[in-house]
Design a protein around this ligand. Structure first.
Ligand code: ATP
Ligand code: MG
Length: 544
């Protein structure tokens, strides 16, 4: 298997590492000690040492602590020096799997170049290929430290004259020759980093703590395959040159959240599958043209039939399962309500298969840009509160058709209120930047009966107390007055909202038609009546 890192490498046992002080240190020495301390003894030698009774056996030393040992191999302890594990394997095929795993980790580490590095290369997918568009440098290792960003000279020369924000790495960063200096990392980088469950997977894989002081490490390793069309070059794991045959959908469903670990044990490349945000465990998969499933990032683009996100319950309580079971029907209610919704989701045996809207496989593989509202607002932080007015202002600033997109956002918020989807944070709404240069809201995502979440998810995007005296039931007349200056005329705005009064009233019936469970409908029925009444009142106020 080719190792793409071209620089000096030192491979050997821990004793050899200690002997050679001149070992090249362009990689982090701590990592060298972790990753390169690998030794293999096979057959007679292993038997002589009485590690086991298997005939065709071997001993495999490794100081990597962050990997799972495949079945057919076992740890025998007694490791010395820098080694933390000593393993025996039953036969050579098991040994081959172990080595493949080590090489996979090795490739990840080599690509990260060095933990010392505080620089990252930003690439964008343009007309079928990845192009370097800029450089990022951080003064520290957390996203809360000062940082610089600049566009690549060639890229800036080509795109500086473009008015259209599509060419930008992040919407707030017009293409030019400036060195952008920030007190925190540019917010668009946070869209590339795995968060929640994905971040925890990466922390385990790299043997680092799950806290902000390892953000740079996370960026350089886990931001090579984020949704959208921007990536960090250093984090990229190239597709395998000898591809894995893939898996059946039954294998995915039966292993559920453990599928990725299973795929890794079977020798598939899995590192790109978890480069995704969000609290719920999930991974990205692609299907090949023979309908077999692969972790995303493992296949060449011309072999991909379609691209999926597979999501699992956030926790193990009944409420977690109810939320996930009703997510697909909730999207269908939203579709009937007139919102922008992608292809239907599939729910099979507690696995939610979500078709991706940021990818379009075909003669030319297309990746659309995806940038959260948080990024467009310049929020390089997690868990903050914003106002709907500020969100709408950002939409008005960057959308190709501001009024169309503001109306879409308002309708979503009416439906969020009526169906009690409380998880309306600024990373659950995003701009889709399509390759034709248009910037608009992406199809709806993460839309579910979150009021049933056992941990109690509170809304973080709000109207403000004056407008929402009764929680979850905004005064729509006050909403109109508050947003008046963003619209050409307040009547347009009032009409957009008033048109929803009837459909909101009918939502419980629509929910039955779309297969939402009865308990969930019971939990929102009263709210639908109240919201509908509020919208009728608005109609009266504006004589509609
Ligand atoms: N259909 C889709 N196509 C492309 N990307 C998607 C799609 N749905 C979700 N995403 C991306 O995946 C991320 C995680 O998905 P989602 O928000 O559903 O997960 P979650 O774990 O429920 O999140 P949260 O922590 O907000 O509850 C989103 O933030 C978005 O970037
Ligand atoms: Mg989300």
């Amino acid at each position: 298997m080719p190792i793409p890192y071209q620089g000096p490498l030192f491979v050997g046992s821990s004793s050899a590492v200690q002997r050679t002080d001149s070992t090249p240190r362009s990689l982090n020495p701590r990592r060298l000690d972790i990753i390169l301390d690998l030794e293999l003894e096979y057959g007679v030698h292993a038997k002589r040492r009485n590690y086991c009774n298997w005939v065709d056996c071997g001993v495999f030393y490794s100081s990597i602590s962050t990997w799972s040992v495949p079945s057919g191999a076992s740890e025998v302890g007694g490791a010395s020096g820098g080694q933390v594990g000593k393993y025996v394997f039953e036969d050579l095929s098991i040994c081959a799997i172990m080595i493949a795993k080590i090489i996979d980790i090795f490739r990840i580490i080599c690509y990260s170049n060095s933990t010392m590095s505080r620089k990252a290369t930003i690439q964008k997918f343009i007309c079928g290929e990845w192009v370097t568009i800029g450089q990022f440098e951080s003064k520290g290792s957390s996203h809360q430290t000062a940082a610089y960003f600049e566009y690549d000279m060639d890229y800036a020369v080509t795109h500086i004259a473009e008015e259209c924000p599509y060419a930008r790495a992040g919407l707030r960063y017009p293409v030019n020759f400036e060195l952008y200096k920030e007190n925190n990392w540019p917010a668009f980088l946070l869209d590339l980093m795995p968060s929640g469950a994905g971040r925890r997977v990466w922390a385990r894989r790299l043997g680092i703590k799950d806290d902000y002081s390892y953000d740079m490490e996370l960026l350089l390793n886990g931001a090579g395959n984020a949704p959208g069309n921007i990536r960090i070059l250093e984090a990229v794991i190239p597709p395998n040159s000898s591809p894995h045959p893939g898996f059946t959908q039954e294998e995915v469903i039966s292993r559920k959240a453990d599928f990725i670990e299973y795929a890794e044990e079977k020798g598939a490349i899995v590192a790109g599958a978890t480069d995704v945000a969000g609290d719920a465990p999930k991974y990205m998969l692609v299907r090949d043209k023979n309908q077999r499933w692969h972790p995303d990032g493992a296949l060449h683009e011309d072999e991909i039939l379609d691209c999926w996100l597979v999501k699992f319950p956030r926790g193990k309580q009944n409420g977690d399962y109810t939320v996930l079971r009703n997510e697909a029907p909730y999207y269908e209610v939203a579709r009937a309500f007139g919102l922008r919704v992608g292809k239907p989701l599939l729910f099979i045996d507690d696995c939610l298969f979500i078709p991706r809207f940021d990818r379009a496989p075909g003669t030319t593989f297309i990746r659309h840009g995806l940038e959260t509202i948080a990024s467009a607002m310049g929020k390089a932080e997690y868990g903050f509160t914003v106002s709907h007015r500020d969100v709408l202002e950002v939409i008005a600033t960057y959308a190709t058709d501001p009024q169309l997109e503001m109306n879409e956002y308002l309708r979503r918020e009416v439906l969020n209120a009526a169906l009690r989807n409380t998880d309306n944070h600024a990373r659950n709404t995003a701009f889709l930047k399509t390759t034709d240069g248009r910037v608009g809201l992406s199809p709806l995502y993460d839309f579910a009966p979150m009021f049933l979440d056992p941990e109690g998810v509170a809304r973080t995007t709000k109207w403000g107390r004056e407008v929402e005296k009764s929680v979850g039931e905004p005064d729509w007349i006050a909403v109109c007055r508050m947003l008046e200056s963003l619209y050409p005329g307040i009547k347009d705005l009032a009409e957009c909202l008033f048109a929803l009064a009837g459909p909101v009233h009918d939502l419980p019936v629509q929910m039955v038609n779309c297969g939402v469970e009865a308990d969930v409908i019971d939990g929102v029925a009263l709210r639908c009546i109240r919201i509908s009444e509020g919208l009728y009142k608005l109609g009266k106020e504006f004589s509609l």
